[in-house]
Design a protein around this ligand. Structure first.
Ligand code: ASP
Length: 454
């Protein structure tokens, strides 16, 4: 049995929903379909979720939300008309939206969640109706009836662990195709709560884990995960995507803002060891990228290269630092007090560099940290450098291949990119290279050509 999740662009209009229907129909194993709210139909278009949030905020500000609500209804009306569905569906949406906008606002975040979840609810209701009208027996299942229990953290709720057994008991066996809205569930007290934005991926992963699916298919609008960020290297978008990667590789790659989906979103599937297949709704014959607990084969050295700017490096130097027990611990404690989360820490005998996301280190924080370091650690020198980018070469094959680093360094030096830091983790699954942000593009392009170019 397969659980498939279709993102916003896959259900953005009637034509897209019909593609979804054909995909589901073409494989009898596709029994559970999770959908997002309709997304953008083209550049500049609105996502239904954003329209709903605008409605909720109008109401919370005490203004009339009728015009904003009408934009939502119009979006669904055009889908309904193009699919030839019953007019009652849009009437029900209008009524429900008006009721939720008129509900109690004493808890603004809970109020907003109830409004914004309507995007997914009606997306799923429409899809189930469209499937059934075209001869594919399908039912809409509400997260409440399926036992999807969430914490009271409105806007970023977490699944309560007992949900797995409840979902399994309520949903299995599955006679008709189940169409399930992504993004939300209910708290123990019966209030609607949503996951964080993009949370339909989480719903899909939870259902795949609860129902022990053979695979979790995540349909989006790209053919595969590319080995480097195609925004930095357009050539990569025309080349081959990654066929297979392991969960561990995915974690390393998504670390630097790489992934098609947020890796945390698919944690339920990963914990349950359910393979994830990232596929394209618009090109369903493409095999996409498989994310597996283990790879069958590990050809080549590098499977993908993540890249991200926006880092800063705090450098602290002290003569005979290596003999001073607890030096680094004290440095970490100072940073922890300021809630600075550390990415890596290349060190020398008498110096240490701590790298983190620069956004965590505004001037006021930097001044406090410098003062505390001065007082507690008495360094000989310290400095902070912004504008650092990281390249992370990832591949299970690196453990058994000699010379990956050499290849990276050679390619970068040919491209005239100066390396500021190198850090290889003990798992030997990835090597991080620190460079200047301004060198990011040429560096990524050089590495793409080195490892993946024809
Ligand atoms: N519709 C929600 C959002 O835009 C959830 C999702 O699409 O996954 O964030």
């Amino acid at each position: 049995m397969k659980v498939c999740k279709f993102g916003g662009s896959s259900v953005a209009d009637a034509a897209q929903i019909l593609k979804v229907l054909e995909i589901v129909r073409s494989d009898a194993q596709r029994r559970v379909v999770v959908v997002s709210a309709p997304g953008k139909r083209a550049k500049g278009d609105d996502k239904v979720t954003d329209l709903l949030i605008a409605c909720a905020r109008e109401a919370l500000a005490g203004r009339d939300a009728a015009a904003a609500a009408e934009r939502v209804a119009e979006r669904y009306e055009s889908i309904r008309a193009d699919l030839g569905l019953d007019e009652g569906l849009v009437a029900a949406l209008r009524e429900e939206l008006a009721a939720r906008l008129a509900a109690d606002r004493s808890h603004p975040a809970a109020f907003e969640d109830a409004v914004k979840a309507l995007g997914e609810e009606f997306s799923a209701r429409f899809c189930a109706a469209a499937f059934a009208a075209r001869g594919l027996p399908a039912v809409y299942v509400d997260p409440k009836d399926a036992g999807m229990l969430l914490s009271e953290e409105f806007g970023s709720a977490q699944l309560l662990p007992e949900s797995y057994d409840r979902i399994r008991a309520k949903l299995a066996p599955i006679p008709d195709v189940v169409v399930f809205p992504g993004f939300y569930g209910y708290t123990a007290s019966g209030r609607l709560a949503t996951f964080s934005r993009g949370g339909s991926d989480i719903t899909g992963a939870i259902l795949a884990a609860a129902l022990r699916a053979e695979v979790y298919e995540n349909f989006t609008d790209v053919d595969a995960v590319y080995p480097v960020d195609p925004r930095l290297c357009p050539e990569a978008a025309k080349g081959e995507g990654i066929r297979e990667m392991t969960f561990a590789e995915m974690r390393e790659l998504s670390y630097a803002g790489f992934a098609v989906f947020h890796d945390e979103a698919v944690m339920p599937a990963i914990r349950a060891k359910i393979p994830i297949n990232i596929r394209n709704t618009n090109r369903p014959d493409e095999p996409g990228t498989m994310v597996l607990p283990r790879r069958r084969s590990v050809p080549g050295r590098v499977n993908g290269i993540a890249s991200s700017g926006g880092f800063g490096a705090l450098y602290v130097e002290k003569w005979l630092m290596n003999r001073e027990v607890g030096f680094v611990a004290k440095l970490f404690a100072i940073l922890a007090r300021e809630k600075v989360s550390i990415e890596c820490m290349p060190a020398g005998v008498d110096s240490v560099t701590v790298v983190f996301r620069d956004e965590q280190f505004p001037d006021a924080v930097r001044e406090r940290v410098f003062a505390e370091i001065e007082e507690e650690l008495h360094p000989d020198h310290m400095s902070y450098t912004r504008g650092i980018a990281f390249l992370v070469a990832v591949g299970e094959g690196m453990r058994t291949t000699v010379g990956t680093c050499l290849h990276v360094v050679t390619a970068l030096s040919r491209a005239g990119v100066n390396l500021q830091m190198i850090n290889q983790g003990s798992s030997e699954l990835s090597i991080m290279f620190g460079i200047r942000e301004v060198d990011l593009k040429p560096a990524v392009q050089a590495l793409y050509r080195e490892f993946f170019g024809s």
